[in-house]
Design a protein around this ligand. Structure first.
Ligand code: B12
Ligand code: SF4
Length: 483
């Protein structure tokens, strides 16, 4: 929400500027503020490096950190000497107000800005958080600020796919997730018209053939979904829509006419948090959905030809794990494989995205995890190497991580049409690739039926080949989404 007639805004991302760090340093010359979006893991490492360099060169330039790191670990972020301000949660309104106060040099007004963290005489001050702002009265995004061509991706549902967000927040209360506390369980969505206008404009600019909607929960309002998909048809927008997050228990209640419409309008796949094959575990994480809901949703997806990616978490901090981790993990594995066999009765059309539980700060399970032995990273460097895939969680047996990687591989190879990868190689090489892919599928299918998750030689060979295609990125992008 910046007034672009008053301020000159430059967006610098690695997509557009391979030497982004140098560009940031150059652009900060004469700037009034640097804002960086930060999440834990590698992006944090980069954000820290850039911020330090900028602070050294331009000590007076205010540096603002926003994004999920600042939202969930506000004090850790703000106490860094090179971070002046943080934004906790949604940023549009916040940023406009902060820049306004900074430009008028009225620092006494900082205390009136919600979601803000700042420093006063060495003290860290965090103002009140708010849930989720309405998106209705926000001005339209200025689409001129980035070169959209640089953000196109190849996926299994399109060769020119863009990611967009259409809503913020989530009304649900899953205990492993940081969204409920951040959004205060308030969900706000753009109207279908707003989304459609943007899609039309983006199509004019870069002729997309697919849309990836990365909302935490797109399908909260069935009416909005209907209006959006109907709008695609009415406006002759022939694109695929994929990797859209939803909930099993909500989507099973959608009217048959909604499903028919979504199929017709190009819904390619959805991502849902199935989380577990055990009712007890679902209730432990306050999922408010059942295993039965997962199976019912599979039936609907089969009927309407929509692919489902089901996210699963193993190693949740239940009493079973606290008592006997090996036994609890074995039970988790069996339950995941049973669930996958169950959802694949009509063929391997759907895939699992399996995670070993890694505690997220600002989630309800964070304190419980610490109580039963999890040691959180001590400082910001620890957070920059904190990866959920191999977080050091004491109740998860070490071998579990390797098995989780193998489970993801097996499910991906079985369910996905990997021939889209061939688009990236000369056709001459593609002749032996199809039978090779078929062989990998056969081995994967055998693994699932036998529940055999040892000696992952086939997986390493497969990924070796993928690396040589330089396409590994696309594969990971497909299996890595949370929701
Ligand atoms: C797409 C996605 C991914 C993609 C791409 C990520 C990317 N770098 O773009 C992939 C698949 C790679 C991914 C991976 C992971 N993700 Co992810 N991902 C998402 C998802 C669904 C959308 C992200 C997005 O683009 N949002 C849209 C933007 C506009 O929203 P936003 O970032 O929140 O920005 C707003 C505010 O934060 C603020 N803001 C942001 N930046 C700034 C900067 C300034 C200066 C200001 C003022 C404000 C501000 O203003 C913005 C507008 O309101 C989110 C959920 C979500 N809806 O955000 C999860 C989410 C961010 N991922 C999450 C997780 C856990 C992961 C993984 C760790 C999963 C895993 N187990 O491997 C990995 C690790 C990523 C890493 N560290 O490298 C968690 C983050 C938890 C946390 N505390 O950090 C989220 C919140 C999902 C969840 N509820 O659990 N992810
Ligand atoms: S996991 Fe998904 S449904 Fe559950 S609270 Fe988080 S965003 Fe909402």
């Amino acid at each position: 929400m910046l007034d672009l007639s008053k301020y000159d805004v430059k967006i610098i991302t690695i997509n557009e500027y391979p030497n982004a760090e140098e560009v940031v340093l150059e652009e900060c010359e004469g700037a009034m503020c640097l804002g960086i979006s930060v999440i834990s893991g590698f992006p944090l490492k980069v954000a820290r490096r850039v911020s330090e360099k900028v602070k050294e060169k331009y000590p007076k330039l205010p540096i603002v950190w926003g994004g999920w790191l600042a939202t969930t670990l506000p004090e850790e972020a703000l106490k860094l000497p090179f971070v002046d301000y943080i934004c906790m949660g949604q940023g549009e309104r916040f940023f406009g107000r902060l820049i306004d106060v900074l430009s008028r040099n009225r620092l006494e007004e900082l205390k009136d800005i919600p979601r803000l963290g700042y420093k006063k005489n060495g003290e860290l001050i965090l103002s009140q958080r708010e849930g989720t702002d309405s998106l209705d009265d926000l001005p339209e995004y200025n689409l001129d600020l980035v070169n959209w061509e640089k953000y196109l991706e190849i996926t299994d549902f399109g060769k020119r796919v863009l990611r967009i967000t259409t809503s913020y927040g989530c009304p649900h209360r899953c205990a492993f997730c940081c969204e409920p506390l951040s959004s205060k369980r308030m969900w706000k969505g753009e109207t279908a018209e707003q989304i459609l206008d943007r899609v039309k404009e983006l199509r004019k600019r870069v002729d997309i053939d697919g849309l990836m909607i990365v909302d935490s929960n797109f399908f909260v309002s069935e009416k909005r979904a209907v209006d959006f998909f109907q709008g695609l048809l009415d406006n002759d927008i022939h694109i695929k829509v994929g990797q859209v997050n939803g909930r099993t228990n909500v989507m099973v209640r959608f009217a048959p006419s909604t499903w028919e419409l979504m199929e017709k309008a190009g819904l390619y796949n959805i991502l849902v948090g199935a989380e577990s094959g055990s009712e007890q575990t679902l209730s432990f994480v306050n999922k408010d959905a059942t295993v039965e809901d997962t199976y019912k949703l599979v039936k609907l997806c089969d009927k309407y030809h929509v692919q489902m990616g089901a996210s699963i978490i193993v190693g949740l901090p239940t009493d079973d794990y606290a008592k006997d981790p090996e036994k609890a993990f074995q039970a988790d594995l069996e339950s995941v494989i049973d669930l996958y066999n169950g959802i694949s009765e009509g063929g391997f059309k759907h895939h699992l995205i399996v995670f070993a539980f890694g505690p997220l700060p600002f989630s309800p399970l964070w304190e419980r995890s610490i109580e039963i032995g999890f040691k959180p990273p001590k400082d910001i460097d620890g957070w920059s190497t904190y990866a959920l895939r191999d977080a050091d969680v004491p109740w998860i047996p070490k071998k579990a991580y390797q098995k989780v990687v193998l489970l993801n591989y097996v499910s991906m190879v079985l369910s996905m049409d990997l021939t889209f990868l061939l688009a990236s190689i000369p056709s001459f090489f593609s002749i032996p690739v199809k039978p090779t892919l078929a062989l990998f599928k056969k081995i994967a299918s055998w693994r699932f039926h036998k529940k055999y998750l040892e000696f992952p030689l086939d997986m390493w060979i497969f990924y070796g080949i993928m690396y040589s295609f330089k396409k590994i990125n696309q594969v990971f992008k497909m299996v890595n989404i949370t929701g």
